[in-house]
Design a protein around this ligand. Sequence first.
Ligand code: S3P
Length: 182
Amino acid sequence: MTGNQEKRRACRNNIVLVGFMGSGKTTIGRELSKTLMMPRFDLDDLIEERERRTIPEIFAESGEAGFRKAETQVISSLVRSGAQGYVYSTGGGCVTVAENIPLLKELGLVVYLKISPETVIRRIGRDTSRPLLQTPDRESRVKQMMEEREPMYQAAADVVIEADHGRIPEIVDEICRARKEL
Ligand code: S3P
C-alpha cells in the first residue's frame, strides 16, 4: 500500500458531505453527528473564522476566486491535520476546484447528497445569504450550475444518496449503512 493510500484509509473515519446548496449538508450533518457521536464542522464556518469575514463579504471583496482560495486552504489544512472522527459539511461549490477533489477524498468518506433543481428552488428559493444565487432568474441559474457540477460531485463521491425526499433519519441510516459496507 502506498503512503497516500494508507493515509486515506486512516482518514476514512471522517465523513464529508457534499452536494448542491439546499441538499441538506448542514441538517443531515447535524443528525449524523448526533447519531454517530462524531463532532461536526461546517467548512463555510471555518472559512468565515479564518477570513474574519462573512461569506457575502468575501464574495463582495475578493470575488468567487478569493472565496475558492480560502476554501481550498481550509480543506488542505484539515487534511494535513490528520484529524479523524469528524463529520464535515462542505459548501456546495467545493467540488468545482479540481484540486479539491483528491483532497476531499483524502479527508474522508465523501457522501454526495443528490437532489433535483426543483428541490433546491423549493428549499432555498428566497434565500438571500448565498451570493451565487442573487440573480433574477434563479431557476435557470440553479439548473445550469447543477448540470455543470454534477460530474464533479460524481467524481468526488464515494457514496451517492438520493436526498430529495428529505426524510432525515432515513438518509442518516443510509449513510451509516454505506459506511459500514465500505
Ligand atoms: C456555494 C455554496 C455555499 C457557500 C458559498 C458558495 C456554492 O454553501 O459555500 O455561498 O458555490 O455552491 P452551502 O452549500 O452550504 O449553501
